[in-house]
Design a protein. Sequence first.
Lengths: 369, 308
Amino acid sequence: MTISATRIAAITRKELRDYRRNRFVIVTMSVVPIIFIIAPMIQILTISATVTSARLDERIGISLLYMLLIPAMVPAALAAYSVVGEREQGTLEPVLITPIRSEEFLLGKALAVLLPTLGIAYAIFGVFLACTALFAHAAVVSAVFEGPHLLTQLLFTPPLAGWSIWVGIAISTRSSDVRVAQQLGTLASLPPLGIAALMSFNVLTPSLWLAFAVAAGLLLVDGLGWRAVAVMFDRERLITGRRPDRATSLPDPARASQDEPAKGDPEMSATLIVTRQPNSGIELRRGRFDITVDGTSVGALDNHETVQTNLEPGHHTLRINAGRYTSRTRPFDVADGETVNFRCHGASIWPTYLASIVKPDLAISLKRG
Amino acid sequence: MVEHLSKRFGDRVAYQDVSFEVGHGEVFGFLGPNGAGKTTTVRTLGTLIAPSAGTATVAGLRLTPDNGHAIRERISVMPEAPGLYLRLTVFENLACFAGLYQLSDQAERIAAALKAVNLTDRADDLCRNLSKGLRQRVGLARTLLNDPIVLFLDEPTSGLDPVAAREVHELIDDLRQRGVTIFLTTHHLAEAERLCDRVAILNTTVLSIGRPAELRDRLFKRTLTVRTRTPLTDPDHVFAGHPGVEAWQIEQPGAYVLTVTDAEIAAPDIVRALVAAGADVLTIAESQHSLEDVYLEMIDSDVEASTR
């Protein structure tokens, strides 16, 4: 597979033009960095000349951690908007009908977010350094410019932004709502800051090689993120809002009618009732859920729906699916004439939702009763 | 060529067992009510959606996941909503897509596409400032950029005023002259009748395929309507026994409907018989059933059959 720089550039150029004329983007990109430079400047400029070396390192570490929030936070909302936003505007389908590959589309989108993010992050850091050099005590200036902080800041800005962008785009490809995508994207952009924090606070002994190794590790994660998001990027799902049906043939109507449980059939006298009802009324994972009994689909249900199906008495397994996301498989026994009730719902809190991206069987809760 | 193509989403069948063949340079109409599966079929043939069953060949290539990229290079699809970037100008929108098609002569292609849809003077306008009709034309210009072998148009005149719709019709005629195969999805039956060489009527499954005139003949008997100043004294004597006349009936006094096998053979004979009988003939005309009549008859029959 060859990746076309022309197609990537076409997407990036289009995005940058769009950003320039979008008030929301301009406000996001300009206001957030201004907020994040105020606190570190106060930290740096209020350090007295007599502060101990350990305290000085701590204050500078905190200041620069604020600065690292810029590459983590600035791209999050934009990246999270990138795919679901196009989908909502109806501009995604015409693009996906062109010969563009998923990898090219995603890289074009990511670059369009990365370029202004790096520009802003480094520009703000430049302002920070200039203010420090001009207004801070000599000892502070020396510590900022000569310590590991500067290196950490310079090395970590691109891969941190990269992480934030790929997480945001990943959420955007699987989300059906811009607001949810942006909230999740912002939240998920923060974890890598932990590593930078450990180095800024000297918990991990900072050295040139460690900084290079961690930054290279993050870059590798970014590269893997690109490939992973390309795998998750499903044109059919994005266009129709439904998971792709990979069946190779339609069900044989004759066989289907044989499989259909007949009312009053003595062999199918047990009943399974599955209700989809979230505890809080909110489901982060939406769309139709498929009901699978003993590995065979027996129906599907939307939110607040109940599906009833007949079963043979005996031992069965039940699982709920939504594409690659599933519930745990629940075994159950049912006697002749007995009714078994299950209740299911999609993840309703962010931690579970995020965890399900890694462990898909956490995506849907399925409980008896 | 499409053979036994089917698509379902879970339990819902979008379309089933759809088969047809479209020749090179043909304008093929795809008609059907809302929810009949027209757009899903277009999306399938445009490689956006995988079929659940069946096979298809699009622009000379088998519809397989491996061929998706190559097929998309040879075709263009205009969805029902043009899906333009509203904060970009007309030119910028087209430039983006010219880049996606990796066109080497982007400026020339964009200029030619704009000229084809009469939008050369609006190239620098922001798309959000354009009317719906103009946006539709920008969408059409976009589909022309890559010089497609097959062009899928999904409701291209939806919401357009008659003048704008006529311009789209002229563009389709022009593309037909250039040998582009056009797959036209439309609700406008007059549009289909005017533009399409053949049409398929779809309601989840294909109900009928053929030239509009063939479909009419298949479904409706041809008739002649005769009007005379005064009712005929012995109409049976006038109308019976003529070659090509199968039956006749009185529609109202002085108006008669004749079922004929061939109007061109029957009409002169009938005129002579009427004159010989001393009748004052006001009009004699062949009744024309429109494609709309065919469409409604087929859809109604299908609905009746499915509710039985």
